[in-house]
Design a protein around this ligand. Structure first.
Ligand SMILES: [Zn+2]
Length: 112
């Protein structure tokens, strides 16, 4: 069981890192596109959509970085043999939930 949890955590971590790499690649591409636009790009419809795409990607990146922190905390907790407790009600977070979402910080009831 413990081992399965550690495996799930490692798997989630890989997923998140892969997604971060994708987002990073899109951001680099977007930066090149923006540099190719004229100075006037605020009045350029393309400039506006690039900006909103940029904020969307930045938001995604932040969410993935948060997930990464939570995953690392979950891994550290597992190593110490501690139960993950819900940050809202303080009860243990169910194992099934942790296997599906190792970075969960609330129990399933509080997450609803
Ligand atoms: Zn709870």
């Amino acid at each position: 069981m413990e081992h399965a949890r550690a495996e799930r955590i490692a798997e989630r971590r890989r997923d998140v890192l892969a997604q971060l790499a994708d987002i990073e690649r899109d951001l680099v591409e977007l930066r090149h596109l923006r540099e190719g636009l004229s100075d006037d790009d605020e009045h350029d419809p393309d400039g506006v959509s690039l900006s909103s795409e940029w904020s969307r990607l930045e938001g995604l990146k932040r969410a993935q970085l948060d997930a990464l922190v939570a995953i690392d905390e979950a891994a550290a907790r597992l190593e110490r043999g501690e139960d993950a407790l819900c940050s809202v009600c303080g009860r243990p977070i169910g194992l099934e939930r942790l296997e599906a979402r190792p970075q969960a910080t609330t129990c399933i009831d509080c997450a609803r």
